[in-house]
Write a protein that binds this ligand. Structure first.
Ligand code: C2O
Ligand code: CU
Ligand code: CU
Length: 496
């Protein structure tokens, strides 16, 4: 295939004919749903003195996303992305993280409730050739978490190149529900990412000013590193564990056959009961778990539809300046012959912990700030950098918040900028209280660690800062648009 600008243009035209607004430029190289979905290897650790031991090697390599084109990538124990880590609540786990790159890197355990020293944030840099060995106990609910690079000012690029993977946590409560749980068979992980390619086949990154302001968006969708994927399902019922691992793109998930999504899980836990809804919005860093029932010899396409804030209230098209107004396929689910499995969904799944607002020791106001080209500073006017929180850009030598151990707090995250931002807090799982005074979406009622805060809106969350007091090692809170995080929309808190 010739790799040229002309193909890019042609791609845009051809896809318009198919009614797809997403310029599937390079995906033209392959047919619709031509490629079998890649499933990341599952690792469950080897028994060692410190509990289960996992070996993780950060490495560079090349990947073939497009026919005949080699793309330089990063991965963990492989060329692109990392293995899926699986453990159980109560496990003691140790990770031997070796950095085989010629540049520093980190691995952050997104969603895990662990000591700040083990968190893998910007303070836990693994230098080239070095080994980092965090060890901790899994003290939380069954959930789909993940891990990724969190290098100061370098997260966006390292995640883009491939430093990310899934982290599954299992517990007795979730096991008793008989949900599909055979990894790669009826429990299928879907890591959603978008990328742009250079002429030479490499990933294109930060080539325009808008990439930082609006967040990086690609014109090709990868699912577990597969372009134009399909997956053949063998059981009547399948669980899809979906991570939005994109740098900034927000997806509006739905099925092409108009049937409802059956949503059973959010970021940090299952839901109390299954939620049936046509669409579900998934921001960067967020996770959602779905159940899909198949008919023999039929196919269903999981789609992304235009992200319209109307679904959330105002009727305004979000991010209208660029992106997220497209309709495009994510993956085709194909059924061949189907083995029967348990098709009853318990009407009650788990008990989700919650906190009463009356218990809260305080409400903290968190204001997201950014300067937009030609528009001046949005949010707090007196900010000290291009992006920030409460008027300050990230400074690794400054602690922004000191939170008393054991306190229940409400955080009110305010967004006076013209973009939607996915706000993430390390260490804790929270409940979303409300979004601009109205209840969150039904599928946002589980435990969460990342929440979308719409333009001109505010979200209130509540959580408890239990365990792991340490005045010297901070946790991060930030926008999970990785370009915003890297540009300073991040702060640090210690639990004391
Ligand atoms: Cu997913 Cu601070 O990160
Ligand atoms: Cu995190
Ligand atoms: Cu942001």
């Amino acid at each position: 295939m010739a790799f040229s600008r002309r193909n890019l243009l042609l791609g845009a035209v051809t896809t318009a004919v198919f009614g797809l607004n997403l310029p599937r430029s390079l995906a033209l190289a392959t047919e619709r749903f031509a490629n079998p979905l890649k499933i990341p290897a599952l690792i469950e650790g080897n028994p060692g003195e410190g509990g289960k031991l996992f070996e993780l090697g950060i490495q560079a390599g090349t990947s073939k996303f497009l026919p005949g084109v080699a793309t330089p990538t990063l991965g963990i124990n492989g060329a692109y992305l990392g293995p899926t880590i699986k453990c159980r609540a109560g496990d003691r786990v140790t990770f031997r993280v070796k950095n085989n790159l010629t540049e520093p890197a980190t691995l952050h355990w997104h969603g895990l409730h662990i000591p700040a020293r083990q968190d893998g944030g910007p303070h836990q840099v693994v230098e080239p050739g070095a080994v980092w060995e965090p060890s901790f106990e899994i003290k939380q609910k069954a959930s789909l978490c993940w891990y990724h690079s969190h290098l100061l000012e370098g997260t966006g690029e390292q995640v883009l190149r491939g430093l990310a993977g899934l982290f599954l946590i299992d517990d007795d409560e979730s096991r008793s529900l008989n949900l599909p749980s055979e990894y790669g068979v009826d429990d299928i992980p879907l890591v959603l990412q978008d990328r742009r390619f250079n002429r030479d086949g490499g990933f294109e990154y930060l080539s325009t000013m808008g990439d930082v302001e609006m967040g990086y968006e690609g014109d090709v969708i990868l699912v577990n590193g597969t372009i134009d994927p399909h997956v053949v399902l063998r059981r009547q019922r399948t669980r899809l564990r979906v991570l939005n691992g994109s740098n900034s793109r927000i997806y509006m998930l739905g099925r092409d056959d108009g049937a409802d999504l059956v949503i059973i899980g959010s970021d940090g836990s299952l839901l109390e009961r299954p939620v049936r809804q046509r669409r579900a919005r998934l921001g960067p860093g967020e996770r959602i778990e779905l159940l899909v029932d198949m008919q023999p010899n039929k196919a269903v396409t999981l789609m992304s539809y235009p992200v319209i804030a109307g679904a959330m209230g105002s009727g305004m098209m979000m991010r209208g300046m660029r992106g997220n107004s497209e309709t495009f396929p994510i993956i085709e689910l194909r059924a061949a012959q189907l083995e029967t499995n348990d098709l009853s969904v318990p009407e009650r799944l788990i008990a989700v912990p919650h906190w009463n607002p009356a218990q809260a020791a305080r409400t903290r106001i968190i204001t997201l700030d950014m300067a937009m080209m030609g528009m001046g500073r949005m949010g707090s006017p007196a900010m000290d950098g291009p992006m920030g929180i409460n008027r300050r850009s990230m400074d690794i030598n400054r602690i922004d918040l000191r939170i008393p151990l054991g306190s229940v707090e409400i955080w009110e995250i305010r967004n006076a900028t013209p973009l939607t931002h996915p706000f993430h807090i390390h260490d804790v799982q929270f409940r979303v209280l409300d979004r601009a005074g109205t209840p969150p979406e039904p599928y946002e009622h589980g435990l969460k660690d990342t929440v979308l805060v719409d333009a001109g809106s505010a979200v209130r969350i509540i959580t408890e800062f239990s365990d792991f007091a340490d005045p010297d090692h901070p946790y991060m809170y930030h926008c999970h648009i990785l370009e915003h995080e890297d540009a300073g929309m991040m702060g640090q808190f210690v639990v004391v």
